[in-house]
Design a protein around this ligand. Structure first.
Ligand code: NIG
Ligand code: FE
Length: 402
């Protein structure tokens, strides 16, 4: 079926970043057939139905390329301690932090995890998100890591969203392996990865003093790539321990956080074609003061993406629009950088840029309509959501009065 979506102002976010003031899109089932100025629509296209967008702005469906949205419980008590002055790293060293959520997640059934995670996913979808990356990493044992990936796949089957999964078994050292981090990396590499390769789209790790060393991430990535799995990395969040260089060497899809990355890291990421994912909600919630080197990343041609980082510790909540606002206010990113950061560049961070994250013929008919006067309003409003319609694979999946 051919559908004409008309009377929109359209930002394609494709390679040419085209903008059409009197724009229209024709979709054939789940795919974009044509996009452009309506008066240039090819005469041979005869739509079966027409949807009126009444002058709203239309962008690609947003892509949240870094979330930990599947987990059980919450860590509000830790947040209270952090606001009173205890650091995130100190809480982690005491056995709290990620390990606290590991205990809750191990104890939760698959159904409980689906039920607790769905509202967070829906909160993102209400903001025009149509593609979400979801990590494991609160199991740190085979069964629970596998369960988290199954939950992510179930959410994809049950909600109007494309899910990209990352195996983050190397999130922190589980108590069973205390003092044996190298053995844990071997167990993931030699045993878990081959068994979970079919369920995970990529392999992630946390490279930090309180997690794994650059050498350990390097070994894990070598094993992942031998199985044909792309890699991504949490790097230089609290200190610089060489993660970006490892990520670049393995041509990682993305390298995320990067507050403590330096110029040489930006050069390496630029050469590798790795996307730098900015996570300003984590920066804010941890009261970080060191900003990621945006200028250097720009200078060395590193594509910038922005993600919510939705997780119970460093980024509680589920709002990509808030992350966009913070990327502008706290990191000084421009509104067009921020838009590309949640569309084409975010899709690239997931290896999906050929299909999602931009509007062009042959790509997925995923888009969001915004009741705004100007695209500068995306990442401007705080706590206000101007998304009024979402189409996923050509079908309207959300309409709200704004
Ligand atoms: O992206 N840095 C490590 N992982 C998460 C935090 C996870 C947690 O605290 O539960 C992050 O900030
Ligand atoms: Fe994260």
């Amino acid at each position: 079926m051919l559908t004409l979506w008309r009377h929109a102002r359209i930002a394609t976010c494709d390679e040419q970043s085209r903008v059409f003031d009197r724009g229209a899109i024709v979709t054939r089932d789940s795919t974009i057939e044509w996009v452009g100025d309506e008066h240039e629509m090819p005469a041979g296209l005869h739509p079966d139905r027409t949807i009126e967008l009444a002058g709203r702005w239309l962008t690609p469906g947003l892509v949240d390329c870094h979330t930990h949205l599947v987990f059980a419980g919450q860590r509000a008590a830790e947040f209270a301690r952090r606001t009173a002055g205890t650091s995130y790293a100190d809480i982690a060293r005491e056995g709290g932090g990620i390990l606290s959520t590991v205990r809750a997640t191990r104890a939760a059934s698959e159904d409980e995890l689906v039920a607790q995670s769905r509202p967070r996913l829906r909160s993102l979808l209400a903001e025009g998100v149509t593609t979400v990356e979801i990590k494991s990493g609160y199991g740190l044992e085979f069964e629970t890591e596998a369960r988290m990936l199954r939950v992510a796949r179930r959410l994809e089957a049950e909600e109007p969203v494309t899910v990209s999964t990352s195996l983050l078994a190397a999130h922190t050292l589980p108590p069973e392996f205390a003092g044996r981090a190298d053995e844990y990396i071997d167990t993931i590499s030699d045993d878990w990865l081959p068994r979970l390769a079919g369920q995970a789209d990529a392999v992630d790790a946390y490279c930090e003093d309180i997690a794994f060393s650059a050498a350990q991430c390097d070994r894990l990535f070598t094993a992942a790539r031998a199985l044909g799995l792309p890699v991504r990395l949490h790097a230089e969040q609290l200190s610089n321990v060489g993660g970006s260089q490892v990520a670049a060497r393995h041509r990682a899809l993305s390298c995320d956080h990067l507050e403590y990355a330096n110029e040489a890291d930006a050069v390496a990421l630029g050469r590798a074609g790795t996307v730098a994912v900015m996570l300003p909600i984590a920066y804010y919630a941890l009261a970080e003061t060191q900003r990621p080197p945006i200028e250097a990343l720009r200078r060395h041609g590193v594509p910038l993406a922005i993600a919510s980082d939705c997780n119970p510790g460093s980024a509680p909540g589920a709002s990509l629009l808030l992350a966009m606002n913070m990327a502008r206010r706290l990191f000084g990113m421009m509104s067009d950088e921020v838009l590309l950061g949640v569309t084409r560049h975010a899709a690239r961070a997931l290896g999906l840029e050929a299909v999602r994250g931009s509007l062009a013929p042959g790509r997925a008919a995923d888009f969001a309509a915004w009741s705004v006067d100007s695209l500068d309003e995306l990442g401007y409003w705080v706590g206000f959501n101007p998304c009024s319609l979402v189409a996923k694979d050509g079908a309207i999946v959300l309409e709200r009065d704004v």
